[in-house]
Design a binder for this molecule. Structure first.
Ligand SMILES: [Zn+2]
Ligand SMILES: [Zn+2]
Length: 398
């Protein structure tokens, strides 16, 4: 494989833009990012950026599927289909995410992910760094669009078996559930990013969770507690909720679904201004309807997941009473965040690359345009549309 020399573009670094940059990649790694053309001893291939941008490949820590496949379908082909679909939108590292379902369905998902991950095939799309164990340990009153019958309390014998797969890198559990603290301790032993989601937790429950290692909250404002929801659960006095705890605790990180449908611009900008680009991530939370026409689809396993409707912009739960996650890719999230908030382009891109890499412990090898990191890069137009995607220095064939 010849070295690749990217030219005629603006490189997006975590804290600045480099105009007229030269980016050299060799043997699957980034070798240099410079203002000067590097001296080349051997033959190489030039990639013309046509005056656009070069960004690090995006990293999605919360994503259920795409192009008709949900990771919970539990087949290796479903995993490949979803990883390829997200790669077309610029995601080069992905954490397939479980939902509510039976232990058998979750094990089938873990097995399918393990198969595809072990193939180490660049044609499979986004690299799998691990699984986000998201469902089934949700609070009953915050289960959202997921199937209620598939949610339950955490029991050690069940979740230990998931952790034993060696794949789980992100672990979610609602903090108020009996057994949550033991779950967090186990997840901490396995060095997971520990998150609280689909939860109606109060401030004191968040404090206990934080002591046990919880540091992140899933999709801010969605399926999480607020003062009013905690009051309806625990009565008066009014208590702090997940919202105040995350905003008031510097070490807590969170994520937003910036698809333009879940959160209004003022909320996206508020989250950015209060948490900053090092503690706020962009996630797609995309379901199988990504890149599919409007219609009715199942969330979770194709056999028995709950039905939702895609209107071509976003997913809706039945009866259109609430949203059922996004149907767009990370490229869309990035453009929306740029349009809707005061974040600069390097900050927006950081929230979709280096920040999730840091939170999940993979920043040494990916997440930014830096010498020594994987040559996982995305060529963008001036309008931030994906032109081409490279994973390990190999261009993704769409
Ligand atoms: Zn959710
Ligand atoms: Zn989700």
């Amino acid at each position: 494989m010849k070295p690749l020399l990217f030219r005629n573009l603006t490189a997006i670094l975590p804290d600045c833009l480099v105009d007229e940059a030269w980016v050299l990649c060799e043997k699957g790694k980034i070798v240099s990012v410079s203002k000067k053309r590097p001296k080349m001893a051997r033959e190489f291939e030039v990639i013309d950026g046509s005056g656009g941008y070069l960004a690090p490949g995006f990293i999605d820590m919360h994503v259920h599927g795409g192009d008709g496949a949900d990771f919970m379908d539990g087949t290796s082909e479903a995993v490949r289909v979803a990883c390829r679909a997200h790669a077309r939108h610029g995601t080069t590292t992905i954490f397939p995410t479980t939902t509510t379902g039976s232990p058998e369905q979750i094990h089938a998902m873990l097995d399918a992910v393990k198969t595809v991950k072990s193939e180490k095939c660049l044609m499979n799309g986004a690299r799998i760094e691990g699984v986000h164990l998201y469902g089934p340990f949700f609070a009953e009153d915050k289960v959202g669009c997921h199937s209620v019958s598939g949610r339950r309390q955490p029991v050690a014998a069940e979740y230990r078996a998931y952790f034993e797969s060696g794949l789980v890198r992100i672990a979610t559990c609602a903090a108020e559930l009996p057994g949550a603290i033991e779950f967090y301790h186990e997840a901490k032993k396995r060095r997971c990013l520990i998150t609280c989601g689909h939860s109606n937790a109060s401030w004191p429950e968040m404090v206990a969770a934080f002591k046990a290692g919880m540091r992140h909250v899933d999709h801010f404002w969605c399926a999480m507690s607020n003062v009013a929801s905690v009051r309806s659960r625990l009565g008066v006095p009014m208590r702090g909720s997940m919202l105040e705890f995350v905003l008031g605790t510097a070490d807590m990180s969170t994520e937003v679904i910036a698809d333009g449908c879940h959160l209004a611009p003022e909320l996206l900008d508020f989250a950015f201004r209060l948490k900053g680009p090092r503690k706020l991530c962009l996630v797609t939370d995309a379901n199988r309807a990504l890149d599919l026409p409007p219609g009715n689809y199942r969330f979770g396993a194709v056999a028995d997941g709950s039905w939702f409707e895609s209107d071509g912009r976003v997913g809706w739960s039945q009866g259109r009473t609430s949203l059922a996650s996004s149907i767009v890719g990370m490229d869309h999230m990035m453009r929306q965040m740029k349009r809707d908030t005061s974040a600069t382009l390097p900050e927006v891109v950081r929230m979709a690359s280096l920040t999730p890499a840091e939170l999940t412990g993979i920043a040494k090898r990916t997440g930014s345009l830096e010498a020594g990191k994987n040559a996982d890069v995305v060529l963008l137009s001036r309008k931030l549309e994906v032109r081409s995607v490279f994973i390990g220095g190999v261009e993704l064939q769409t």
